[in-house]
Design a protein around this ligand. Structure first.
Ligand SMILES: *Cc1c(COP(=O)(O)O)cnc(C)c1O
Length: 411
């Protein structure tokens, strides 16, 4: 039934208690039972997020001259992002409301840039590996841009297939670092060479990996070049509110040069309200999200991020080894916090059974399987997950075939 606004307001103490009770049926993310939606890096970070968010909750990032505070915090965060992702001198970017916003704005910039510098007119297209995020399709739908999704090669973007699908009307090609469905990093170096050879705009979607991969690499992970270190990369999306452990409503969209960034910005004056400059999709921009991003990044520093990402890597390694030992097939060779696996007969039933033990994860469709996006907090419950998986598989009579040679050696 539709609710109507009550005549009389409710006292805050009762209302607050009632709202807390409303969360009773939610997934228990604080104890690490959510391996999607929430990135739990510990109570200290949550406290910093909350305090910083509320400090600047009323302030509006739409007005940099009214709020030089938010402007300098945004500049700092963008600087952190550009340096971590090896952007050259003169690179630029903005904080957006999330990955979808970052991708939408990068696509707008790429399209406008192609129109202006390459004289592209008429219908345009983008070429994506099949594993790219649906945010590209949403952005393309908004702008009436054709999407060409091309087949993967061994679960990764296939530069030859992307080359074959691109033409004179292509305004962007895409690689992910990593893709969401498998958590695998596409061959960005090869895509960069293709982009350079053909004069194409390569966007690297590092929404989920942009603030993870640099630290995993510092921790010793053999992460291939995936960022602006690859000369053909024109733009990147990297979410603060995922593995940047910042409060929700914060991502970064980054460009190799200020000129490319400028193609994103909407500068308008042809209405009675006078000139208005809105860099991102949003008009009003929550000051809290910007302040919390600045606070968390400054609070953690490189050392803090390295320590948190070590926990994520350790959790993934425990779970990955456990899955392989049980005979499940882990998709590819994950290097960050995401892991997708198959080998059960009925992923949906297994998902439901694990839900009984509190777990909330994702599923995949190609191949049908389960999907985990791990946080630092999961290090403490990695073994519990494997135990609960055994319990659920046994209850369903859906245990995988015993580990063969291929599974044991990571094939
Ligand atoms: C999460 C994600 C996005 C979209 O980000 P939102 O913040 O959910 O809008 C885009 N690409 C990848 C690879 C992602 O994981």
């Amino acid at each position: 039934m539709r609710a109507s606004l009550p005549e009389a307001g409710e006292a805050w103490p009762e209302l607050k208690a009632r709202m807390a009770a409303m969360g009773g049926g939610d997934v228990d993310w604080r104890h690490g039972r959510a391996a999607v939606y929430v990135f739990n890096a510990g109570e200290d970070i949550e406290a910093v997020q909350e305090a910083a968010y509320t400090m600047y909750m009323a302030e509006n990032g739409l007005g940099p001259s009214a709020f030089p505070s938010l402007k300098s915090m945004e500049e700092a965060v963008i600087g952190y992002g550009l340096s971590l992702l090896h952007a050259p001198e003169g690179a630029a970017g903005s904080i957006t409301s999330g990955g979808t916003d970052s991708i939408t704005m990068a696509l707008k910039a790429a399209r406008d840039h192609a129109r202006r510098t390459r004289g592209v007119t008429g219908p345009v297209n983008i070429v994506l590996p099949r594993s790219a995020h649906l945010a590209f399709d949403k952005a393309a739908a908004l702008m009436e841009i054709e999407v060409r999704r091309v087949a993967l090669k061994e679960l990764l973007a296939d530069p030859a297939a992307i080359d074959a699908a691109a033409d004179g009307q292509t305004v962007m090609i895409v690689g992910s670092a990593p893709c969401f469905p498998y958590g695998l990093i596409d061959p960005i170096g090869e895509l960069g060479r293709l982009a350079e050879a053909r004069g194409l705009w390569l966007h690297v979607d590092a929404c989920v990996g942009g603030y993870a991969a640099p630290f995993v690499r510092l921790n010793g992970g053999d992460i291939p070049d995936f960022d602006f270190a690859v000369p053909g990369v024109s733009s990147m999306s990297a979410d603060l509110h995922k593995y940047g452990f910042c409060a929700k409503g914060a991502s970064t969209v980054l460009f190799r040069s200020a000129e490319l960034h400028k193609a994103m910005i909407f500068d308008f004056r042809d209405w009675p309200g006078g000139r208005m400059v809105t860099p991102t999709l949003a008009g009003t921009r929550p000051g809290g999200a910007i302040a919390a991003a600045y606070a968390v990044m400054s609070y953690l520093g490189v050392e803090g991020y390295r320590a948190r990402h070590k926990q994520v890597t350790d959790a993934r390694e425990i779970i990955e080894a456990g899955l392989r030992a049980r005979g499940y097939q882990v998709q590819g060779r994950p290097q960050l916090g995401l892991i997708a696996y198959s080998g059960m007969t009925n992923p949906g039933a297994l998902w439901m059974k694990l839900r009984e033990r509190g777990w909330f994860t994702s599923t995949t469709s190609e191949p049908p399987g389960l999907h985990l996006m791990l946080s630092p907090v999961h290090l403490g419950v990695a073994q519990t997950y494997l135990d609960d998986l055994d319990w659920a598989a046994k209850a369903l009579g859906d245990t995988p075939a015993p580990a063969g040679e291929a599974a044991r050696y990571g094939g």
